[in-house]
Design a protein around this ligand. Structure first.
Ligand code: ADP
Ligand code: ZN
Ligand code: ZN
Length: 870
């Protein structure tokens, strides 16, 4: 029986294609679904993903007339599947919902670099002697270098293999050995050797630990002492140890054990079950131990093992023993209630969606952890999505502390090799919990029983270019396809999510009390328009300044937040008021003082600050507006004794500097930290007792129906940064619109009231959750063509709507709010419709015909459920 395959190729093709498995590959063992194949497409050969095999004849793709023949695949690129067959329906769903080519969906779901980094490796599959026997006398004598290496190592690197296969004689020789079944060319994934995930650790058995613990006089070595100074103490220890154990020991061996004990006891009085010490640390304290450890291991005095390590952003261990993150013995009543609803759902193994609305500090993380425990106990896997923050935080640390080696992390701070490692661990089932940003929704876990989305309202769940999916929404979809529970958590649920909770689509769980005695911070509103200091150009009001001073004097830390989105610190012409624009985008350039340049935040264009006004040629240009750099300057002048530091995306690009700044913040070496909203997320600084939002209006004037929602969320989120330890926190919000409802409700911690107000406003003009949105984006280098393309497209939509008598609102075409980026002019059309299916039908039609309808050089992209209207 010929085996026909359904393959999604990694190219912009809407449908899957049928191919035939050639006879020589029929013996391939194992399932083919989930493997990649190299397939002919037109004149090219490209990567395809196998989605189904043994297709019945009648379902095969037919193209044109009878003469159409189904082509054979050229080769299989993997020995084993890269995804489980369970993923196929999920991928299909995504492709049809987001109108994005299936092959490209799968490509995006797999770890990057896979396609380019695969290679063929020559391997010895027979015994060495058999291989030698198969070689002619002459060949054996002048054994070629590659053969020698193959015999010695059993394999050749893909680079060497590729080079050899280029050479005729070698290729012929290899071919002969291959025929004889002595060597094989195997497709493998090549990995970079970035960092290692494991670390050698030592631990002593507990009797030995007890021995050192009880030996009051001699048990602890002063670690910094010299060998001579230590000798008497070691001799003494040696006698006692030998007596106790009945064995003979060398001085160096005793010193090794004693050093290990000293490190253990100096680290903490509370040592867990496994007081294990990294080899590195032991050798640092006593380099002589290197030669000794093997013997000690042999004698059974020491045990060693490879421990998986997770480095935290601060360079230290994210997880050391179970010391830092204890499992609470007692849950709060609200945690109990939430779990009483979630646990049975997990055990039912049926789809159910929960919205966990819990204020900051209510203890949502512990609810996630317990629900995950139950799921693992059920034998099912767990996926946890967190907002994109570029590094591992304490949140992830808690999962690692609880589930150890079962956890893998996926965040953008990992290199490609590490990402690949994490992926294979999850694929093989060695890891059972995957934590990561939006793309972790594609985690290759076989059987997820629980998918958690923390901070479900966060806009970073939506990918904002080419494949515009929403990770939060896909979490719900995947859960429903795999009969899993999905748990969305937030202190400020998205309006749409809360509406789903009200309509019953999601089950609402509420936690409105902070753990323990902690109370929500007090929020003070400052009317920036009435503040004397601010009217005179300062960024910091009198009241905020006083509080900062008092907080600094008391020895606590302050965070100042400046959400710069949509507003930049531009260079403005004094004569005519024009800001210096980016020559490639329709935004003004941002002044960066530290490197004396003007930078475009959209395309990265950079120029010196010596320039003239493009409008009136005046040379008088002055900095205008706010920017974190300017805040830093002002604060440093106002509080000269305080240590003031700044974190924003300029700095976050330099990971090491970023990490060290966060580390210093944790160690309280920084008094005042200034940053954009990236410091408002995820971090937990127990000594931050004051948070100032310098300009709360930034997001509110955006042409975005979610502007108020985002402002409310931002304020609530930063509020959560204050007073997270045992200390009470305080928040100061500076705004030009203190009366605005989003700010008013945020000040009073009134989410429900905000929701009620906001949902009313979404009825006219109508916006989600009452309708569905699609944004059609057009771009091209020639403005008139893009504009014409917009009109043509809008007309097409209107006609289509008319012919099909569908109620739709078609807005536009209009230039996008940022109407030029990287020399591309941008127009957009917004379509509203009560249901998503007519929108899909229309967009499919558009994508089929766009080449015909649109002027050349104009491209269309379709954004389903758009988040970013810019
Ligand atoms: P949220 O995510 O809801 O803002 P967290 O999960 O960070 O809140 O919890 C707030 C604090 O309360 C954390 O320091 C956490 O360790 C602590 N905590 C959570 N649950 C408990 C509990 N049952 N007993 C004691 N402390 C708890
Ligand atoms: Zn001017
Ligand atoms: Zn630009």
């Amino acid at each position: 029986m010929p085996n026909y395959l359904e393959i999604a190729v990694a190219a912009p093709i809407a449908t899957t294609l049928s191919y035939l498995l050639p006879q020589e590959l029929e013996h391939e063992s194992g399932t083919l679904v989930g493997r990649r194949a190299l397939v002919p497409l037109g004149k090219r050969r490209i990567t395809g993903y196998i989605l189904a095999e043994n297709l019945p004849q009648e379902t095969l793709q037919k193209e044109g007339e009878k003469s159409f023949v189904i082509k054979k695949i050229s080769s299989l690129l993997d020995d084993a599947p890269l995804f489980h067959p369970e993923m196929a329906p999920f991928f299909r769903w995504i492709a049809s919902y987001y109108l994005y080519p299936l092959g490209l969906v799968i490509k995006a779901a797999l770890p990057g670099g896979l396609t380019v980094k695969s290679g063929r490796q020559l391997e010895m599959i027979a015994e060495k002697d058999d291989l030698l026997a198969a070689l002619k006398e002459s060949e054996r004598e002048k054994l070629e270098k590659w053969l020698a290496e193959l015999l010695e190592k059993g394999k050749l690197s893909p680079a060497k293999t590729a080079a050899l296969l280029q050479k005729n004689t070698a290729a012929r020789q290899i071919n002969r050995l291959q025929q004889a079944g002595l060597v094989a060319c195997r497709q493998i994934m090549q990995k970079d050797t970035v960092g290692s995930r494991k670390e050698r650790c030592f631990y002593m058995d507990s009797a030995l630990v007890e021995f050192f613990r009880n030996d009051k006089e001699g048990g602890l070595l002063p670690l910094s002492a010299s060998a001579d100074e230590l000798r008497p103490q070691i001799k003494l220890l040696k006698e006692k140890l030998e007596a106790e154990r009945g064995i003979a020991l060398g001085l160096a061996e005793v010193r090794t054990l004693a050093t290990l004990a000293s490190i253990i006891f100096s680290a903490s009085s509370d040592i867990g079950e496994h007081p294990d010490i990294p080899a590195k640390e032991l050798f640092q304290n006593y380099s002589g131990a290197r030669k000794i450890v093997e013997g000690l291991v042999e004698q059974g005095l020491l045990r060693q093992y490879e421990k998986r390590i997770f480095r935290n952003p601060f360079g230290g261990l994210l997880f050391d023993g179970s010391k830092r993150f204890q499992r609470p013995t007692q849950l709060s009543a609200q945690q109990e209630n939430a779990l009483a609803a979630i646990t049975p759902a997990v055990y039912a193994e049926k789809y159910q969606a929960f919205l966990l609305y819990g204020i900051t500090g209510a203890g949502k993380t512990e609810v996630y952890l317990r629900a995950a425990e139950e799921t693992l106990a059920q034998g099912r896997d767990v996926i946890v999505l967190v907002p994109e923050i570029a590094l591992a935080t304490q949140f992830e640390g808690q999962f690692v502390a609880r589930f150890g080696d079962k956890v893998v992390l996926q965040h953008s701070g990992l290199g490609p090799a590490e990402k690949y490692d994490q992926y294979t661990l999850a694929l093989s089932g060695d890891a059972r919990v995957v934590i990561g940003a939006r793309s972790a929704v594609f985690a290759p876990l076989k059987n997820p029983g629980l998918i958690i989305v923390d901070e479900e309202h966060d806009s970073s769940y939506k990918q904002d270019d080419s494949f515009r999916y929403n990770g939060r929404d896909l979490a719900v979809v995947r859960a429903s396809l795999q009969n899993a529970v999905v748990l969305l958590g937030s202190a400020t649920p998205a309006i749409t999510s809360f509406a789903h909770a009200q309509s019953g689509k999601f089950t609402l769980l509420e936690m409105d009390q902070r753990i323990g005695d902690a109370i929500l911070p007090k929020i003070t509103l400052i009317d920036s328009g009435k503040e004397q200091r601010m009217l005179h150009g300062s960024l910091i009001s009198e009241i905020l300044l006083e509080k900062m001073q008092a907080n600094f004097t008391a020895g606590y830390q302050t965070i100042l937040l400046l959400n710069r989105r949509g507003f930049s610190n531009a260079l403005l012409c004094v004569q005519c008021g024009t800001p210096v624009p980016c020559p490639h985008c329709s935004v003004s350039l941002t002044l960066h003082k530290h490197n004396r340049s003007l930078i475009c935040h959209y395309c990265g264009f950079q120029q010196g600050i010596q320039t003239v006004c493009g409008q009136c040629k005046s040379e008088k240009l002055v900095p205008a507006g706010y920017g974190t750099e300017r805040v830093e300057e002002e604060v440093a002048a106002l509080l000269p004794d305080a240590v003031v530091r700044r974190i924003d995306s300029d700095i976050a690009g330099d990971r090491r500097r970023f990490h060290s700044l966060l580390g210093n913040m944790h160690e309280r070496k920084i008094d005042i930290l200034i940053g954009t909203q990236m410091i408002a997320k995820g971090h937990h600084f127990p000594f931050v007792t004051l948070v100032g939002v310098l300009w709360a209006d930034g997001g509110m004037s955006m042409p975005d129906y979610k502007a108020a929602e985002k402002s409310f969320q931002l304020i609530t989120q930063v509020t959560g940064r204050a007073g997270r330890g045992n200390l009470a926190g305080e928040v100061v919000i500076q705004t030009l619109r203190p009366e605005h409802y989003a700010i008013q409700y945020a000040q009073k911690h009134q989410y429900r009231e905000f929701f009620t107000h906001e949902i009313e406003l979404r009825k006219t003009p109508v916006f989600p959750p009452f309708i569905r949105l699609v944004l059609l984006r057009l771009q091209g280098k020639v403005e008139s063509r893009v504009r014409d393309g917009g009109s043509t497209l809008a007309n097409f939509c209107r006609e289509w709507q008319h012919t099909n008598t569908i109620r739709m609102e078609i807005l536009g075409p209009a230039p996008s709010p940022i109407d030029k980026v990287k020399d591309n002019f941008r127009y957009q059309i917004l379509i509203k419709c009560a249901g998503v299916s007519p929108l899909h039908t229309l967009c499919q039609e558009l994508l089929r015909k766009d080449r015909e309808i649109l002027p050349s050089g104009v491209t269309l992209s379709v954004d389903i459920d758009p988040e970013n209207m810019m």
